[in-house]
Ligand binder design. Structure first.
Ligand SMILES: Nc1nc2c(ncn2[C@@H]2O[C@H](COP(=O)(O)OP(=O)(O)OP(=O)(O)O)[C@@H](O)[C@H]2O)c(=O)[nH]1
Ligand SMILES: [Mg+2]
Length: 230
């Protein structure tokens, strides 16, 4: 049987990362020429869209800012349209390590799981603020209480999904609630999941972009909006 050359899509949400997105995409394109790279610009107010306009990249754009959940959903839908079997979700802010992608895909290809979840606590971190560490550790208990699923890292954007096997894997929560929603989807669709180690870098750039505090508030709201009010 003919091997699908582009069975893997790397789906990249993009919002106001003009300083770094070109480097992130260039590295991914060089490392993974055999994968489709799909970038979804979430109506950035800076030059991110222009910076992401590179050869070999599929670049989509939301006409209004919809948030990370909707951005991932747009990218996953497009990966399906392109006929990809697996989708890896990968941030555009340089915090994820491209080298980790291979181990995520290996788990899916070997049929060990239907969704692979990256864990910085099984893997490693660089310069993670203490407040973020505590918040993320606390989030594991909320996730466990509300879904019955125990994860070491429940708010990590680095994942790989068998989208062919789960055509109804669909993120409907646009903003803060999507991370919890994904754990709910895993439960509802009875997906086999596996957490594997990944490396997360808190670079000067990502720490200074000024979204960290807002993201932390989002994680807290996620528990309430995504879980408790359900
Ligand atoms: N904050 C934010 N990010 C978005 C949005 N839409 C897409 N993204 C992208 O989603 C990815 C993750 O966003 P981050 O703000 O870095 O969130 P995070 O990595 O969970 O949090 P930090 O640990 O603070 O970096 C990045 O690649 C963003 O560019 C949005 O509306 N808001
Ligand atoms: Mg980030």
């Amino acid at each position: 049987m003919k091997k699908n050359r582009y069975e893997v899509a790397i789906v990249i949400p993009l919002y106001n990362e003009e300083k770094i997105v070109k480097d992130v995409l260039t590295e991914l394109r060089e490392k993974y020429p055999e994968y489709r790279i799909i970038v979804v610009d979430d109506c950035s107010s800076d030059n991110s869209y222009k910076e992401a306009c590179l050869e070999g990249i599929y670049l989509l754009k939301h006409m209004v800012n919809l948030g990370q959940g909707a951005t991932l959903q747009t990218g996953i839908e497009y990966a399906r349209e392109l006929g990809c079997k697996y989708a890896v979700t990968f941030d555009s802010d340089g915090q994820h390590n491209p080298d980790d992608i291979e181990s995520f895909i290996k788990v899916l290809k070997e049929g060990e799981a239907d969704i692979v979840l990256g864990s910085r606590f099984l893997g490693s971190t660089e310069n993670m603020p203490t407040s973020k560490r505590y918040l993320l550790k606390a989030s594991r208990f909320f996730t466990w209480i509300t879904t019955g699923i125990w994860l070491t890292d429940s708010h990590n954007g680095f994942r790989a999904i068998n989208i062919e096997k789960f055509p109804n894997f669909e993120i409907t929560q646009n903003r803060m609630a999507h991370a919890s929603e994904i754990i709910g989807i895993i439960k509802n669709l009875n997906m086999r999941y596996k957490e594997i180690p990944c490396h997360i870098r808190y670079t000067d750039y990502s720490l200074n972009k000024g979204q960290s505090m807002w993201n932390s508030i989002n994680i807290v709201l996620d528990f309430f909006v995504g879980n408790l009010i359900k």
